[in-house]
Design a protein around this ligand. Structure first.
Ligand code: PLP
Length: 464
């Protein structure tokens, strides 16, 4: 450090004034590198992650992120690229983004793609604003309602509200799918958009999707596809072919980029051609063999992210698609659905699966209600006990339609042996519920942080 400082002085750069300098050097030198490395490695071990354990967190698609993506994203040419470099200097960067734009359009059946939203929820907001602009510029300003099924993910109604639109809840039928009669009653000339994920949050394919699309389109509304569950249908059926006009894809789910603790992720959106002029830009284009940028249409809603989105994450998704190829893309959905059905059948004798009469798609929702009624053991107790074995837990208490919900998504990147170990653990937990329920109430006892007091946290939050 002092060598650098001396060089700076001798090269003519003025030194800091005396009052701004430290009297003594920082104590950093006292910490050897190995201590620093151990500190960070041990910190990382306090966390559960897909690199350390099975992570069946329903709806979140916690699949393995191939390290090839990290390797490419660490290449200096990508790592050090600057968003405002001349196009001719960063043709590789632009090519990767441009091809990703095309690939996402191809797998979703859309005609234009905007890469920039930083998460699924951000994509929802961006797409709903795009839809509003579409209606506004057509003079169709009474369309202020967004239809959302009652089992929708919370971000759907939240994004609708943040876009200044009113949420109208559509009921589910007895099979756990959109209740067509209720939808037909609620859709009207005030409907802007219906937001739907297919398969839905119960892990069920919306078999009447064409009727749903017809009902919304006949009323002049648009269909929005929440792509959080796209891994279930990848390479088999496309949202665009089901009648959807807009879609977001969570690259941190279906396209394997790391979730990164809630961000930065990436939630690009795609739209059919009638909505393309309203999308945020700019877009990648290829002309005379060279990649470059095309500015957005003057009807665009404006920019939605600084620079060009979470570039290194977009790059990892591009690598992932190249690793898979056409055939690999189809294997994603095959594996996701096969693994979920394997687990569903193994767990069926242990837990009720209220909407699980037939095959599921990539996930299913079991219920701990029988344990609760018989032994006072809740879904939360089960989830916390799983953490004690070094595995992550299923999503709990969502969707709200299922009491004591345990939403399980194994993902396609897990082997049968891993799924079997999870089944054995669930058997152990069932035995404990009967013989030693206190063990479950006390869990977790082996994690760095024990059971937190939810009630106290809610009543006396420490927000600093
Ligand atoms: C069904 C569904 N929709 C939307 C989202 C929101 O996505 P993100 O977390 O990327 O904002 C999620 C996230 O888990 C989800 O599961």
């Amino acid at each position: 450090m002092s060598r650098l400082f001396d060089t700076a002085v001798s090269s003519g750069i003025p030194a800091l004034p005396a009052h701004a300098r430290r009297a003594a050097p920082l104590a950093l030198d006292a910490l050897p590198e190995n201590d620093l490395v151990r500190h960070h490695v041990n910190l990382s071990r306090k966390n559960l992650c897909v690199d350390s354990s099975f992570y069946p967190l329903g709806s979140c698609t916690m699949k393995y992120s191939p390290k090839a993506g990290e390797a490419v994203a660490s290449e200096p040419g990508f790592l050090q690229a600057h968003p405002w470099q001349p196009d001719s200097e960063v043709q590789g960067v632009l090519q990767a983004l441009g091809e990703l734009q095309q690939d996402l359009a191809a797998v979703t059946g859309m005609e234009a793609v905007c890469l920039y939203p930083a998460a699924g929820a951000h994509g929802e907001l961006c797409a709903l604003k795009t839809a509003r602009q579409y209606f506004r510029l057509r003079g169709d300003t009474d369309r202020t309602e967004v239809l959302v099924p009652e089992n929708a993910h919370g971000t759907n109604p939240a994004s609708a509200a943040m876009s200044g639109l009113t949420v109208v809840v559509v009921k589910m039928d007895a099979t756990g799918r959109v209740d067509l009669a209720d939808l037909r009653q609620k859709v009207s000339n005030r409907t802007a958009v219906l937001m739907l994920t297919n398969p839905n949050t119960l892990g069920l394919f919306e078999t009447c999707i064409e009727d749903v699309a017809r009902a919304v389109h006949d009323a002049g509304g648009l269909l929005y596809y929440d792509g959080a569950n796209l891994n279930a249908i990848l390479g088999r059926v496309r949202p665009g072919d089901m009648g959807f006009d807009m879609v977001h894809v969570n690259l941190h789910k279906t396209f394997s980029i790391p979730h990164g603790g809630g961000g930065p992720g990436a939630g690009p959106i795609g739209v059919k051609s009638h909505l393309a002029p309203y999308l945020p830009g700019p877009f990648l284009k290829r002309e005379e063999g060279a990649w470059g940028w095309a500015e957005a249409d003057r009807r665009s809603i404006g920019r939605y992210h600084g620079a060009f989105g979470n570039f290194l994450n977009l790059l990892k998704a591009w690598v992932y698609l190249r690793l898979l190829g056409d055939e690999g893309i189809r294997r994603v959905s095959l594996g996701a659905v096969l693994n979920a059905n394997y687990l569903q059948e193994k767990l069926r004798p242990m837990f009720p699966i209220p909407y699980g009469h037939g095959r599921c798609m990539h996930e299913f929702v079991a219920s701990a209600i029988a344990l609760k009624d018989k032994f006072g053991v809740s879904a939360m107790d089960v989830a916390k006990r799983i953490l004690d074995e070094g595995l992550y837990a299923p999503t709990v208490y969502f969707p709200l339609l299922v009491r004591e919900a345990l939403m399980i998504e194994p993902t396609e990147t897990e082997r049968r042996e891993t799924l079997d170990r999870f089944v054995e653990l669930m058997q152990t937990i069932l035995r404990e519920a009967e013989t030693n329920p206190q063990r479950l109430h006390d869990a977790p006892i082996r994690t760095p942080v024990r059971r937190v007091d939810d009630v106290r946290a809610a009543r006396h939050p420490i927000l600093k």
